[in-house]
Design a binder for this molecule. Structure first.
Ligand code: ADP
Ligand code: ZN
Length: 714
């Protein structure tokens, strides 16, 4: 069997990605290989496919039990016999695996390095008695001090070549800096290795950074359209993960916390629930995620700045492994950098501290970029890139210079009137004339109060930062940064100097042309998948990825033969699950007068046409609501959160299909209307902030929708 035949038969894919084919060729011909590929690039296949084709056993060294279990489940479902050995298994389970190994019934064995070399090399001696064809070292950067994720137990792997001299080794990692690369090759003593460095570009991830300001509200507005999506939110401290998860739950989100300080059972439970889509949001420290293979993570948020680009890149890389459009959002504050300096300063190790400090500075520079973020990331990994990627926040905005003297004067005089003693948030609220109690009464009497009400909060923040960057203002560097004037301020205030500012306009995001898909069918396919996942006791994405379901709902295959063209169906999965999916697709097509579009399927992946989906799914909620079902009932029936359903329904107030009073008590409407009239309705989070806890997002959304209708009809 050729590699490409095996790729279709065992994995259901029709083409190799990146340099997979070349890497696999080298491995099969017995060479040592080092492969650097971004997260989600498809590293596993580089040893899993050779493992199928090689005569003997492939031993995979991997740092985490969670990862092993996932990979082994997934291989077994593809009809490839695989197992792992770890300390959580009972002696019986372990004996069973040993006996299957002795009988050559296993193609891939996963183990942790400390286990391989533990208890007087007993396991090594046993493995030496087996026909071993290949060693694969996953997360190979863990062997290097230069990497950001050094694991002492990986150092034991330096003895590997000593024990298994003639067995080829493939080392894999998603970390690519030059020092780490060199270290991996040396420590593992690879023999004339072939080195492959893939492009690190993750084209389906959109990178964004926002200045941190009331980050919880920022997060809520980010999450508004993402109720049904799976995401990871990273926080710096353990405590803040728990607090944030609790706050999100209060807002109706399905969220759990994960950090190294939780007891083992809680960690395992939360992780499992996340993998199985029972929990949508994981709020975690960086302890979470390494080896998490979940392919349908739609977004990764950083509430705090990470310590280095490597970490940021790897964490954001956990989004969109399935190739569908995904988001990376970082809330950045210069205060984070100051905080992190303590973390990277190691006692008695000035050299290492210096390396870490430089990495921290690179990360801070990324956060403050005015040029393409993707280019910066790729250049960081020594890769060339175009100036404009078209899918980061910088490239999605258009910058225009304009005469900002008046704005600058308003800002500088506000700072002056506030005696240079307040922070950015306060100055902005003051300029905008916020009615909040936080603004002191004596300040509300000042003439400057409210002179900038015509400019949005986010815009003011940008302007103030820009004035700071140009030296007209100074933001102090301490724990509670305040804004002060500088020697350049006076000339501006006196009208002697003009100031240029940049205006950012967000360009409409380009929606790639994609065939529409059948949203209702997709939900039915998910139900079939869930049935199999429960049956096999694995997370749903191990059965088939979201991308595979989306393809089915798009191309509507009508036979087993056509199903074979859908990416993700190998022989075993086709035989095991194919029929059941067809039994849902065929009647759906008949009922709706649709036919197969498999012939239109280009070999490339399709992106998710968001707007189509939204329309169909909203309509469905409306129909159920009109049929007399409650929001809770609709949510349960459709497998959505009540908040999502409410979001769907409030839209129909604007179209006149529903009444505003079905969602909000009449007494509350004037206050909400008032807030909307003074703050606008572009963003809900600021409205929620002024209205306070007694008003829910749903109530606000309902009134916004109602006002739009009123305005349109007046
Ligand atoms: P990595 O270990 O590099 O982070 P994985 O090995 O987990 O990435 O692969 C990411 C996803 O891409 C998996 O769902 C995998 O099945 C899929 N994949 C790998 N190779 C291919 C291919 N040639 N065609 C289609 N999908 C692939
Ligand atoms: Zn860009």
């Amino acid at each position: 069997m050729t590699p490409i035949q095996a790729l279709q038969k065992y994995f259901g894919y029709s083409a190799f990605r990146h340099q997979q084919e070349a890497i696999i060729g080298q491995v099969l011909s017995g060479h040592d290989v080092m492969a650097l590929m971004p997260t989600g690039g498809g590293k596993s296949l580089c040893y899993q496919l050779p493992a199928v084709l090689l005569p003997g056993l492939t031993i995979v060294i991997s740092p985490l039990i969670a990862l092993m279990k996932d990979q082994v489940d997934s291989l077994n479902l593809n009809g490839i016999p695989a197992a792992y050995l770890n300390s959580a298994q009972t002696p019986d389970e372990q004996r069973d695996i040993i006996s299957r190994l002795t009988n050559n019934q296993i193609k891939l064995l996963y183990i942790a390095p400390e286990r391989l070399f533990g208890i007087e090399n007993k396991l090594i001696d046993f493995l030496k008695s087996l026909p071993v064809s290949l060693f694969a070292i996953d997360e190979a950067h863990c062997i290097s001090h230069w990497g950001h994720d050094f694991r002492p137990e990986y150092l034991m792997l330096a003895h590997l070549k000593g024990h298994f001299n003639n067995i080829p080794v493939i080392a894999l990692t998603a970390t690519a800096d030059k020092l780490t690369q060199k270290d991996i090759l040396e420590k593992l003593a690879l023999h004339e290795p072939a080195v492959y460095v893939s492009s690190f570009n993750r084209a389906n991830i959109t990178y964004r950074v926002l200045p941190k300001n009331k980050s919880f509200n920022q997060l809520l507005s980010f999450l508004v359209d993402r109720n049904d999506d799976s995401g990871i939110i990273y926080c710096l401290s353990r405590k803040s993960t728990e607090a944030l998860a609790a706050d999100l739950k209060d807002e109706g989100y399905s969220a759990e916390a994960y950090h190294a300080g939780l007891d083992h059972a809680t960690k395992a439970r939360n992780q499992e629930a996340f993998l199985r889509d029972e929990v949508k949001i994981m709020v975690a420290t960086i302890a979470f995620g390494m080896g998490i293979n979940k392919s349908n993570v739609r977004y990764v948020v950083h509430m705090d700045m990470p310590k280095n680009i490597e970490g940021y890149y790897q964490e954001t890389g956990r989004a969109g492994r399935d190739g569908l459009p995904s988001d990376a959002m970082l809330y950045y504050s210069p205060g984070d950098v100051i905080k992190l300096k303590n973390f990277v300063t190691l006692e008695n190790n000035p050299e290492q501290s210096q390396i870490l400090l430089e990495k921290l500075n690179d990360m801070a520079a990324y956060s403050e970029l005015h040029t393409c973020r993707r280019k910066y990331l790729l250049n960081y990994f020594d890769e060339e890139a175009a100036d404009n990627c078209g899918s980061c926040d910088i490239c999605l905005s258009e910058f225009k210079k304009f005469d900002g003297t008046l704005i600058a004067q308003k800002a500088l005089s506000a700072v002056y009137r506030l005696n240079q003693r307040f922070g950015l948030g306060y100055v902005v609220d003051f300029l905008r004339g916020s009615k909040s109690e936080k603004i002191r009464d004596e300040h509300k009497q000042l003439k400057t109060y409210g002179v900038g009400a015509d400019i949005s909060k986010a815009q003011w923040q940008r302007y103030l930062r820009e004035l700071n960057a140009h030296g007209y203002l100074q933001i102090t560097d301490d724990a509670y940064p305040t804004i002060k004037l500088t020697h350049k301020s006076e000339a501006v205030l006196k009208g002697l100097e003009k100031v240029e500012l940049t205006e950012a306009q967000i360009i409409e995001e380009k929606v790639e042309e994609a065939l529409p898909f059948e949203a209702v069918l997709l939900e039915q396919l998910k139900t079939v998948r869930l049935h199999f996942a429960t049956l096999e006791n694995v997370p749903a994405y191990i059965i088939l990825s979201d991308a595979t379901l989306l393809e089915m709902a798009t191309y509507l295959p009508q036979s087993m033969d056509e199903l074979r063209h859908i990416s993700g169906f190998g022989d075993v999965k086709l035989a095991k699950y194919g029929r059941e999916f067809l039994e849902v697709i065929k009647p759906y097509c008949i009922a709706n007068g649709l036919s197969s579009k498999v012939k239109q399927r280009a070999p490339k992946r399709q992106s998710k046409p968001r707007s189509e989906k939204v329309n169909n799914t909203q309509k469905e909620s409306l129909n159920l609501f009109k049929a007399g079902k409650s929001i809770t009932e609709i949510a349960t029936e459709r497998g959505l959160s009540p908040m999502t359903v409410e979001g769907h329904l409030t839209q129909f107030i604007q179209t006149g299909d529903l009444e505003v009073t079905e969602f909000v008590n009449e007494d509350k409407i004037p206050a909400i209307q008032n807030a909307i009239e003074s703050y606008g309705a572009e963003r809900l989070a600021p409205l929620k902030e002024v209205l306070g806890d007694e008003y829910s997002y749903t109530e606000i959304k309902a009134v916004v929708s109602w006002l739009k209708r009123e305005i349109a009809s007046s």
